[in-house]
Design a protein around this ligand. Structure first.
Ligand code: COA
Length: 185
């Protein structure tokens, strides 16, 4: 599999495609509780069929240039993912997301992977604004947004019903000129 190196610790960014559904399911089973604390991905990827259809959904989005999904691997093992849930070159807007399995959190893997895909979106694809939607209770994800140089646009109060409660969802974003200024600094 071809890959982009994310550093000297064996971390790589690679494609993640429907034929890798079994690998995605195994990975999700290792991190189901941790990953699902604030996001519904583990409730979507529950068996081989649902894993395949999740990946096929992103393959279809990629074919329409409407989204992207990539794997984070360490020494070849699937340990997380980054995606553009929304990718709209007409309005020059994208929404990024991410996850990592618990044994691989706290190493900067997600921040490093996001930097690669945000840079591609902004510099190569003309995206002007990249958004990050995150529950106010999800401190590690808010920390990623901060590390990516994002600003907090606002809060959509109690907008996300999840596991019997309504979460406040924050919208964070970085604009192309801000991204470039941070890179130059
Ligand atoms: C949100 C989530 C992806 C954040 O994962 P993470 O591992 O904390 O994020 P990063 O990969 O950016 O790693 C950051 C940590 O690595 C450290 N780090 C080490 N090397 C680093 C590097 N080269 N670059 C950046 N950070 C580095 C940072 O200091 C930070 O440590 P800290 O947590 O002690 O402050 C993770 O908590 C997760 O998967 N949660 C469940 C799914 C989810 O909520 N997704 C987000 C939906 S909005």
């Amino acid at each position: 599999m071809f890959a982009i190196s994310l550093g000297d610790d064996g971390a790589e960014l690679t494609p993640l495609e429907p034929w890798q559904a079994e690998e995605l399911l195994d990975h999700m089973d290792r991190g189901r509780e941790f990953i699902g604390a604030h996001v519904g991905l583990p409730d979507i990827v529950t068996d081989l069929d649902s894993a395949r259809s999740y990946l096929q959904g992103y393959a279809d989005k990629a074919a329409r240039d409407a989204g992207r999904l990539y794997a984070i691997r360490v020494d070849g093992k699937l340990v997380g993912g980054v995606m553009f849930r929304i990718f709209d070159t007409e309005s020059e807007l994208a929404e990024a997301g991410c996850w990592v399995e618990p044994g691989y959190a706290g190493r900067g893997l997600v921040t490093r992977a996001c930097r690669v895909i945000l840079d591609w979106a902004i510099e190569e694809r003309g995206i002007h604004r990249v958004e990050w939607h995150v529950s106010s209770a999800n401190a590690p994800s808010i920390a990623v947004a901060r590390r990516l140089g994002m600003s907090r646009d606002g809060v959509m109060r109690q907008s996300y019903p999840y596991r019997g409660e309504r979460a406040d969802m924050e919208v964070w974003s970085v604009l192309a000129p801000e991204w470039r200024a941070a890179k130059a600094a």
